[in-house]
Design a protein around this ligand. Structure first.
Ligand code: PLP
Length: 377
């Protein structure tokens, strides 16, 4: 079985080996990092000692009752609707694996999280891509999606807020798409790992929709990627039984300590979300200035949610050299070819912490050195 090279993670892993060393990480798509000490300090009742008597053994494959209850409360569903998984990535693996019947196709956003297409191809699924295009302001076109669906379509995936563009479809658009899929018996999946980080109107989770399957995680909006935890919200009991069975085979269950810390995190999720939102807001304001000052060459659609932007450079069809040049200045962004869109680059604006303003100064220096397309000789 062939699994496509994961160009994005190959690129990002260079941050451990680059010379000169990477000082500013604008490649990561997560938010401000929490230490275990900071996380535990959120909770007056938990101290290290209280964790020491934990049983280091298997936990329930669906997730501990405490964690399922906490995720259910967050999502406005019942605990039985929650399947805990080892990161959103396991959710994608389970959903695609179960969709992979002979001749089946699934619909994916392009660009999108590269794992989507790689997993689908390796499982023999036909992939049909709907565009999230710069010329359309990175909006989805629901009619394009509807036209791609046929009798072999098993699943339609939307990702909102979207990685890498930060686009966010309207509640009504998603609701209509979900209804359309439900009528045809197609599974509608909303990957919401960046919910509820928005930079315009806040959107509702698709977990409110009876026929939607929703993926969430602790890595992105909750900024705790090291827990390796995520979830699937599913009201359909038959589907849930299949997820549980798949998980029994794939990973058995998550780690007990991680689930315990995840419960603690959700008890204080307001504090975690507000920190991520504040950092994202402050850094977006700095990006506003950068893009305004270099608007003759640097273009973007301001992200409406999430923690990444997907800008482009006027007249540049492939940004990899530019990204390599920035690496030499100690700044890592991601070349668009990792998303099969070489004329763009991805910039993560919530992971670099206090360093972000200085990182942007270096980006501005590199941009200032770019040739201007319409500059007179
Ligand atoms: C849109 C999207 N979905 C899913 C994932 C997988 O995240 P994790 O497995 O860390 O929860 C990512 C990670 O970058 C992502 O960007």
């Amino acid at each position: 079985m062939e699994l496509a090279a994961f160009l994005l993670d190959q690129w990002i892993s260079r941050k451990h080996t680059s010379t000169p060393p990477i000082e500013f990480d604008l490649a990561s798509s997560t938010g401000p990092v929490w230490t275990l000490r900071e996380l535990i300090a959120l909770d007056g009742q938990t101290n290290l000692d209280s964790l020491l008597d934990m049983r280091v053994s298997y936990v329930s494959a669906a997730g501990t009752p405490e964690l399922r209850t906490a995720i259910a409360k967050l999502s406005g569903v019942e605990p039985e609707h929650v399947q805990v998984v080892t990161g959103a990535e396991e959710a994608l693996l389970i959903l695609f694996f179960l969709a992979a019947e002979p001749r089946a196709n699934i619909l994916l956003p392009s660009p999108g999280f590269p794992v989507n297409a790689a997993l689908a191809h390796s499982l023999g699924l036909e992939t049909r891509f709907y565009g999230i295009r710069a010329e359309n302001g990175f909006a989805i076109n629901p009619d394009e999606i509807r036209k791609l669906v046929d009798s072999n379509t098993k699943l339609v995936l939307v990702n909102t807020p979207h990685n890498p563009t930060g686009s966010v479809p309207a509640n009504e658009e998603l609701e209509a798409l979900c209804d359309f899929c439900a009528e045809l018996g197609v599974q509608f999946v909303s990957d919401e790992v960046y919910h509820p980080i928005y930079h315009g109107p806040a959107m509702n989770t698709a977990a409110r929709l009876r026929h939607a399957t929703v993926i969430g995680d602790f890595s992105k909006a909750l900024c705790l990627s090291g827990l390796r935890l995520g979830w699937i919200i599913e009201r359909d009991a038959q589907r849930r039984a299949r997820y549980l069975n798949a998980r029994n085979h794939f990973t058995i269950c998550s780690n007990a300590l991680g689930e315990r810390l995840a419960v603690l995190a959700l008890a204080h999720c307001d504090a975690i979300y507000s920190r991520a939102q504040r950092v994202a807001n402050e850094n977006l304001a700095l990006l506003d200035v950068l893009f305004a000052e270099h608007c003759d060459v640097l273009r973007w659609h301001r992200p409406r949610g999430g923690m990444t932007a997907f800008p482009w450079i006027e007249g540049m069809s492939d940004t990899r050299d530019f990204c390599e040049r920035l690496l030499k200045r100690g700044v890592m962004i991601v070349p668009g070819d990792c998303f099969a869109m070489p004329s763009h680059f991805r910039l993560g604006f919530a992971a670099a912490g206090q360093q972000f303003p200085r990182a942007l100064e270096r980006v501005a220096e590199a941009v200032a050195g770019l040739p201007r397309v319409n500059a007179s000789p």
